[in-house]
Each structure stands twice: as structure tokens, then as C-alpha cells.
Design a binder for this molecule. Structure first.
Ligand SMILES: [Zn+2]
Length: 106
């Protein structure tokens, strides 16, 4: 394993752990003080910020991480399509875009 591969593996594992990092439960206000809950919100905000910026950081380190991921399969996506009835615009890979557009025609 090259150092770059090792770094990627470490980053992927770190991101996986970050995504599962959730200290909140519905009953925190029954056993934590308001100050502790405020700190918990701050921790959660920082973890969200780390997750949101993680792909950008990977690109800065030279890893091949796509800027946009497919709404359906999470692979690299370049086509921006407005979803009818949802009124949202999402990115799709060519394969998912073609199959979605074909299903709309039928
Ligand atoms: Zn796709």
C-alpha cells in the first residue's frame, strides 16, 4: 500500500466514524444541564462542518473526489436535472439520468 493509499484509507475510515458520530438522544434534556446541551450543539455543529468540508479537503490533498455526486447512486455526476413535482434540482450521472428520463417518458 502506497502512502497515498494509506492516507485515503485513513480519511475514509475517519469520515465513516464522523458520519456515525451522534451524541444526541431525544431525552438529553432529562439528564444534561442547559450548558451541557449548548456544548453538545456546538460539538454537533463542528462535526457537521467537518463532514460538509471533507470532500473539499480530499480534493485539496489531491484525491480524485467528484465535486457533485449522483442523487441516486452517489457516483460522479455532471448532469443537473430539475425533478418534476419535487421542484428541486439535483445532479445525476449519465446512466441514472438516462434511465430516469426514460421512465418519465413511459
Ligand atoms: Zn447515478
Amino acid at each position: 500500500m502506497t502512502p497515498k493509499q494509506k492516507q485515503w484509507k485513513q480519511r475514509a475510515w475517519f469520515k465513516f466514524r464522523l458520519l456515525g458520530f451522534n451524541l444526541f438522544t431525544s431525552d438529553v434534556n432529562q439528564f444534561l444541564t442547559p450548558d451541557e446541551i449548548a456544548d453538545l450543539y456546538e460539538i454537533n455543529r463542528i462535526v457537521r462542518k467537518l463532514v460538509d468540508n471533507f470532500d473539499k479537503g480530499s480534493r485539496e490533498l489531491g484525491f480524485n473526489v467528484p465535486e457533485h455526486k449522483c442523487y441516486l447512486c452517489r457516483k460522479s455526476a455532471k448532469r443537473k436535472i430539475t425533478i418534476p413535482y419535487h421542484n428541486t434540482t439535483e445532479y445525476f450521472c449519465n446512466k441514472c439520468a438516462e434511465s430516469s428520463l426514460n421512465s418519465l417518458k413511459e
